[in-house]
Design a protein around this ligand. Structure first.
Ligand SMILES: [Zn+2]
Length: 269
């Protein structure tokens, strides 16, 4: 049963060189991963991301490497605030000329370290530029959200928005349901594999079957079962197994519904 990794930063230098990427793609194929979304995090990496996805698609055609472009809130502290307008304008230009399946990674991160370098008002302004493009192009967003769920829900609800993906869900089941009621999808990553992962497991149980997604978020968040290895899409079956265990469903059912959900939200069907 093929699996769909909705979030893997296989383009990042931390993932390894071209040979390492190719080997990881072959292991993904062997693990029955049929598709991977590679999200962008800052303008300087968009060109290489698109090139990596194109090359891997040629080298390992059994796995579809989809792309998304965006500006991650965690990179904002390292970017000049005075150049945010320029970065958001570049996003529009790049989206005009790229065949992406989503916009992101973008979102809000109100953890103290990030807020110290990128205040809330700045993060919200950059996210609004992504929301505007999602609305204009009818594309889903890949959303990062830490300590900012209420603010994010409010922003998403201001005007109709294509159903989007809350990546690497870390919130409560109640919050997950509020995002689902607003039309969005919840994606589970490595934290659900932790032996005492009470909250991710409760959220996985609460999310309706037609809103559930899985991802590796590689190279970060290696599943507990694979530590201390560097994370990669081939470890996605561990996430699917943990979600299946949390819900009392079979692995095959989680694989089937999460892949169908990914194809629906990313408009690949
Ligand atoms: Zn990410």
């Amino acid at each position: 049963m093929p699996l769909f990794d909705t979030h893997a930063h296989i383009d990042l230098a931390r993932f390894g060189d071209a040979a390492a990427q190719r080997e990881a793609a072959l292991r993904a194929q062997a693990a029955d991963v049929c598709a991977v979304v590679v999200p962008g995090i800052e303008p300087a990496t968009w060109a290489s991301l698109l090139a990596v996805a194109e090359r891997l698609g040629r080298e390992v055609p059994a796995v579809c490497f989809h792309t998304a472009l965006g500006i991650h809130p965690q990179v904002l502290p390292d970017l000049e605030a005075s150049r945010d307008g320029e970065a958001c304008a570049a996003l529009v230009t790049w989206l005009d000329s790229s065949a992406v399946v989503a916009i992101g990674e973008c979102g809000l991160d109100f953890t103290p370290e990030i807020e110290a370098g990128a205040p809330r008002t700045r993060q919200i302004a950059v996210l609004r530029a992504h929301l505007a493009q999602a609305r204009r192009r009818g594309l889903p967003l890949l959303l990062h959200c830490l300590k900012a769920h209420a603010a994010l829900l409010e922003l998403l609800s201001e005007a109709p928005l294509p159903p989007s993906i809350l990546h690497s869900w870390s919130g409560s089941p109640e919050l997950a349901l509020r995002f689902c009621k607003a039309g969005h999808y919840i994606s589970f990553a490595g934290s659900i594999t932790l032996p005492r992962a009470r909250r991710p497991a409760e959220s996985a149980r609460a999310v309706p079957a037609d809103r559930l997604l899985i991802e590796t978020d590689s190279p970060d968040q290696t599943p507990f079962t694979r530590r201390p290895l560097r994370n990669e899409p081939a470890f996605l079956p561990d996430i699917a197994a943990a979600v299946a265990a949390a819900r009392g469903d079979s692995f095959a059912r989680i694989a089937e519904l999460s892949t169908a959900n990914a194809r629906r939200v990313l408009r690949l069907t």
